[in-house]
Design a protein around this ligand. Structure first.
Ligand code: NAP
Length: 297
């Protein structure tokens, strides 16, 4: 079975390079060969490789830049996804795609379920929702995984940023009124492989699923956890302790793109569909921090 992996060098794509291997022949073209901003090049790649499964981990993920460059973000996150979905519909291929908590406005009091109304507040969120809709409109076989706050030992993310800041600074100010679930790229890639295996046995329903780690935390709580672990792991920091991490409100740290204050996603639909007990975010975060403290700093 031929599997086309797009976005192989991203956080999730990097992990997928490993987890897709037992499922078939993985073809992972470079960004130059399969440029999602160039729809003709994408079509050529589909025609050349004729995959039976497409895993699309490529996306325009520069959330703040998208505010002033929505057209490019829309091409990559929506129009290119429509090309993939139309190919999947025509050839009966499976399309696996990733989306985001930013499709919600974050105003709900409780945890979001997949059937809750979407209402993106940013250009990135609008383009990602348009990508989801393009897939659903074609009626192709598709699994759309909405995830949040992705981290890995690979690439830039919140864990690596806090590590750097804790080495450079003696105090930090971190947003405390946005809540979500930090999610490991390893988990996303593992679950993707399980879902594809289930698809091969016709044992999973197509559609939208939330895919995050279990648990929830604010960015401030997340930073505090990271620094605690760095200290436990014996890393030399300029930051004297977690007392020097000041909780602030979103308004005190203005950014171009509006973030949802509530990014909590209910993962029970996916857990039931695949029979999973999805681990707490700290299980994965602690593994990643241990890996980073040994290898990179
Ligand atoms: N990161 C998060 O916190 C987060 C949260 C919610 C949802 N998601 C979703 O999860 C998925 C994976 O995210 P991630 O964190 O792994 O993203 P990432 O690390 O930013 O990687 C994105 C990948 O897309 C590739 N890409 C960007 N523009 C492209 C283009 N025009 N043509 C071809 N490839 C292109 C990048 O290539 P280069 O390596 O060449 O730049 C990179 O490999 C995305 O759908 C994202 O929207 C992420």
């Amino acid at each position: 079975m031929k599997i086309l992996l797009l976005g192989k060098n991203g956080q999730v794509g990097h992990q997928l390079q490993r987890t897709l291997l037992p499922l078939g022949e993985v073809i992972a073209p470079s960004r130059q060969e399969a440029n999602l901003a160039d729809l003709a090049s994408l079509q050529r790649v589909l025609n050349t490789y004729a995959p039976e499964i497409i895993v699309n981990a490529a996306a325009y993920t520069a959330v703040d830049k998208a505010e002033s460059d929505e057209a490019t973000a829309h091409t990559v996150n929506a129009e290119a996804v429509k090309v993939l979905a139309e190919y999947a519909k025509k050839t009966n291929a499976l399309l696996v795609h990733y989306s985001t908590d930013y499709v919600y406005d974050g105003e709900k009091a409780g945890v979001y379920t997949e059937t809750d109304a979407t209402n993106p507040q940013s250009a990135y969120g609008r383009t990602k929702l348009a990508g989801e809709q393009a897939i659903l409109d074609t009626g192709c076989q598709a699994l759309i995984f909405r995830t949040s706050w992705v981290f890995s030992a690979h690439s830039i993310n919140f864990i690596k940023t806090i590590m750097r800041l804790a080495v450079e600074r003696d105090n930090l100010s971190i947003v405390a009124d946005q809540i979500g679930a930090p999610t490991s790229a390893e988990l996303i890639a593992d679950v993707t492989a399980l879902a594809i295996a289930a698809h091969k046995k016709s044992a999973i329903a197509y559609g939208v699923y939330h895919l995050t780690c279990a648990g929830e935390v604010s960015w401030h709580g997340y930073a505090t956890h990271i620094v605690t672990k760095l200290m436990e792991n014996g890393m030399a920091l300029k930051l004297p302790g977690t007392q020097q991490i000041r909780p602030i409100q979103t308004e005190e740290y203005p950014l171009p793109a509006k973030r949802p204050k509530n990014s909590r996603l209910d993962i029970s639909k996916l857990s039931k569909a695949l029979g999973l007990e999805i681990p707490h975010w700290t299980t994965y975060a602690d593994r990643t921090i241990a890996q980073l403290t040994k290898t990179e700093i």
